[in-house]
Ligand binder design. Structure first.
Ligand code: ZN
Length: 573
């Protein structure tokens, strides 16, 4: 049968022929409009193995698209009947089709990918040699005036063939005339050469500042590794490559266009951007180079001006929409082992429990200001202590200033317990958990141990409780490939063959729902996105194999054959 659009879905529409028809005879009117429209579809997909992520019709063989939206889903025969003279037909040759994937947490800085030296692989597990890092940076130094910074990006300390830390001597081999820095992809640690340390006035006698370290070896010599707040002094020294405002604008634009291409290459059709250049995103769209839909998450100046001018979450259109705030940070990092926990870190001799970066009072004030302005709150909370603080603050503000359907977003929400899960459910809070970490970062879980990992990235516990757990890659710290994420959710097995927290495994169907419908729910767009349902935006992905039936350890290798956004093919293999 053809799935008929429900009244509720059509009420979610904001544009097109059906938007103004909210009347007591609504359903019948819509059916008539839909039928008239359907006679000459723009696009039909036939001979497909379609997983709709819509429980009313979970499987189908074909569907039709018109005016950027799905208009009918059903069997080959039913859908073929909707073809007119202008209809384009795609024969999927039994390939699998799923709704377009959504990444709910992404620092989408495409300009780094385009213009900077990448010393690690941003997208896949790849081991590099320290010699290759030195060579790349040396080549860059040759083109750079002395005294100007030479920088490398996407370093991962556990993806080095040499099996040792990068150090100051390696970077001295790059240059003694230039300050040199290598940034860890996790964003909390950096590695400097002697010239950079000298320019910043750091010696082995320098004391560590609060919230940061200048690492030293057993002999007390500087290793070159510098963590968190201790890195601030380096921002004040040396020359940075100078760019004119026009060049900066161009880089921003080209960066967005570039990463947009990468997103659709991996099957992402919607991405929640952590800030970035909003004007550039709009320019890229005007030029026709935006291939994915943006939920823009704001902070600082943009957030302040929204509050001042009364602009709320949801402002914008189906391509660029203002979403939740960007992550308001409450604690440290999971991959770099600084998140706040109620128990000491396993093996810690000092009883270290991680870093809380804000007081409850400061947090309450921030939440109150944003929540009262009608903007969806979003905090970075990894450890159970930070998650508890965040929930406490939202519970408080909902009591004082109740707001229906607030859906507070919890970025990472890594370490849970039963009490936290119950409170998350009660608030309808939306955790955006790490996705590719289970596969990509399995080499770091040994620092936490199995007891801990049973409660970490806890998709199973959260879904069982009825929470709309969503996917948040956190790129650049983690790769953003949704299929790598799904493989990790299903198998909990890392690239190194180690399994951590197998109790948190979820089914392929659930993992797809997490990456599609729940992503749409996270930005309050479930009425227009997240499933292959008549009336919703025609965003979908054609896969070369069916993740439900393939060996779960090969899911990440399934090829994206085609990515379609609003009925337009944005990527084709
Ligand atoms: Zn982040």
């Amino acid at each position: 049968m053809i799935a008929r659009p429900s009244r509720r879905e059509f009420m979610g529409l904001t544009a097109g022929a059906v938007a103004a028809t909210v009347t007591p005879w609504f359903s019948r009117t819509v059916a008539a409009v839909a039928a008239a429209d359907a006679s000459n579809a723009d696009l039909i997909i036939i001979n497909a193995n379609v997983y709709t992520v819509d429980s009313r019709l979970p499987k189908a063989g074909a569907f039709a698209v018109k005016n950027s939206r799905f208009i009918a889903v059903g069997t080959n025969d039913e859908i073929k009947g909707l073809a007119g003279k202008d209809t384009r037909t795609i024969d999927a040759r039994q390939m699998t089709v799923v709704p377009g994937f959504t990444d709910c947490h992404n620092h989408a800085g495409g300009d780094v990918l385009l213009y900077e030296v990448l010393v690690g692989n941003p997208f896949e597990v790849e081991f590099v040699t320290i010699a290759s890092i030195v060579d790349k940076l040396r080549a860059k130094a040759k083109q750079t005036p002395a005294g100007t910074w030479v920088s490398g990006y996407f370093f991962d300390d556990t993806k080095v063939k040499d099996k040792r830390e990068l150090n100051v001597h390696d970077l001295d081999d790059v240059s003694r005339e230039h300050p040199v820095v290598v940034q860890h992809r996790g964003g909390h640690t950096s590695y400097y050469n002697s010239k950079a340390l000298a320019m910043a006035g750091i010696t082995k006698e320098t004391k560590n500042p609060p919230g940061g370290t200048y690492d030293r070896d057993e002999k007390g010599e500087l290793t070159g590794r510098v963590t968190d707040t201790a890195r601030a002094v380096f921002n004040k020294v040396g020359t940075r490559p100078t760019l004119t405002p026009a060049e900066l604008e161009r880089r921003s634009r080209e960066g967005i266009a570039h990463i947009s291409k990468q997103f659709v290459r991996y099957g992402l059709t919607s991405v929640h951007h952590q800030g970035g250049d909003l004007a550039a995103i709009q320019d890229v769209r005007m030029r026709g180079d935006l291939r994915h839909r943006v939920s823009y998450e704001m902070s600082g100046r943009v957030l302040d001006s929204m509050i001042a001018s009364g602009i709320q979450t949801g402002f914008g259109d189906e391509w660029i929409k203002l979403g939740a705030t960007s992550e308001h940070t409450l604690d440290g990092s999971f991959s770099e082992r600084t998140m706040s926990m109620s128990q000491p870190y396993p093996g810690s001799k000092t009883g270290y429990k991680g870093n809380v970066t804000e007081s409850q009072e400061e947090l309450n004030a921030w939440i109150e200001r944003v929540h009262r302005a009608g903007i969806q709150v979003n905090c970075h909370a990894n450890g159970d202590v930070a998650i508890d603080m965040y929930l406490t603050s939202v519970e408080r503000v909902q009591k004082l200033f109740p707001r229906a359907d607030a859906r507070p977003k919890i970025t990472h929400c890594t370490l849970i317990n039963d009490g936290l899960v119950a409170r998350i459910k009660a608030l309808d809070a939306i955790p955006a958990l790490f996705t590719t970490y289970a596969y990509y970062n399995s080499d770091k879980f040994v620092f936490y141990g199995e007891e801990f990992m049973k409660r970490a990235m806890a998709y199973r516990s959260l879904l069982d409780a009825g929470v709309h757990a969503a996917a948040g890659s956190d790129f650049s710290p983690g790769p953003f490939a949704p299929l790598m994420g799904i493989q990790g959710m299903v198998s909990r097995k890392g690239w190194d063959g180690k399994i951590w927290g197998a109790n948190q495994k979820i089914s392929v169907a659930d993992a797809i729902r997490v990456n599609t419908l729940h992503g749409a729910y996270a930005s309050k767009e479930e009425n227009s996105k997240g499933s292959i349902t008549p009336g919703k935006l025609a965003d979908f992905v054609v896969l070369s194999a069916d993740p439900h039936t393939i060996d779960p350890e090969k899911i990440k290798d399934i090829k994206i054959a085609r990515t379609v956004v609003g009925g337009n093919t944005m990527y084709e293999a």
